[in-house]
Design a protein. Sequence first.
Length: 421
Amino acid sequence: MDLKKICANLREGSNKLAVQNANQKNMALAAVVAEIDNQRKAIFAVNAIDVKNARDGGMTEALVDRLSLDDKKIDGILASIREIIAQTDPIGEEISGWKTPNAIQIRQVRVPLGVVAVIYESRPNVTVDAFCLAYKSGNAILLRGSSSAINSNRALVKAIKDGLSSSAAGGFGIPEAIELAPCESHDEVTQILTAVGDIDMALPRGSARLIQTVVQTAKVPVIETGAGICHLYIEEDADLNMAVNIAENAKIQRPGVCNAIECILVNKKIAADFLPRLAERFGNRVEIRADEASYPILEAAGASRLVHASDEDFGFEFLDYICAIKTVENLDEAIRYINTHNTKHSEAIITNDRAKARTFQQRVDAACVYVNASTRFTDGGEFGFGAELGISTQKLHVRGPMGIRALTTTKYLIDGDGQIR
């Protein structure tokens, strides 16, 4: 991979984008929508190859679901781009401004980061989400997906570039604002992460292993996203019907995503009432790995896929139809356990006690903390961002679902009239 050449093209695209207005960028993105729609059959054909290769290679069905594309998913991708088109362009937004005593005018305005790189696994929808967020916020983007999705990613990037080059873009499309790394060697990741001066920011999206590799290798600035070791805590005063419904949704709807729960904590006072309901709802769909206090209750309830949990099952991201269960003494123990075992992603409590709910939200260290709702809502689309770059679990710059503004920084514009110091 000739990274210097790729980054030079991207820098040129970034410089062009930086001076475009919202209408010009929106026209180009609308042309991308039309072209992806036109090319969906070709995209499906190569995605089918990726899916077959993944299954032949032993990928779990939960992860195959993340890789596969169909009409519903393409429609969702296009809807996300349209939503981003409808959003206010953040570039040039004046965040603050003031005049100093010597009459110098200072304004803080929002500007693009420049050239950003996204390193991600499997999910081809990230190809489009990351591009359109970068483009609308005035950034050029280098995409480095995984080999498992290479055919799908190539097809999607082709459609994007065709859209930017088409007459529908009105001459405003900038195809050099997006490039896809060839995905021929793992060395590409190291090249990207050490490209100081060529890459302005890198963002990993995928497994804990990928994220740690990026964080430990990078010499360029990184926005750290986190693996999703998410917990659901059932307090003693919880509505148990609500708790079962939320547990089912948060674990089963899409178990291979980062905002699915991996562990359910249950207050010991209601364990005998709640756990049999949970076992019945999960049925044979979920393997339950229970601690010593929970196991006999679930066994007596006839839980069909029940095993004794090991220490390694707690604080582990299964990304599958597997859930750890632990009984705790009280709210304090639940909070301590979560803060010790989580990845600062998304945590939830089911309770009817407002004071306990606020205590949980204040003391749990995570980007998103829920009361009486599923963690599956930690998503840029659900938050109204249209799409997302990922879920930031760090505390600097941005945290939580990352939309357009996550790809911006600020600069100060200072106007004077001959003042000297």
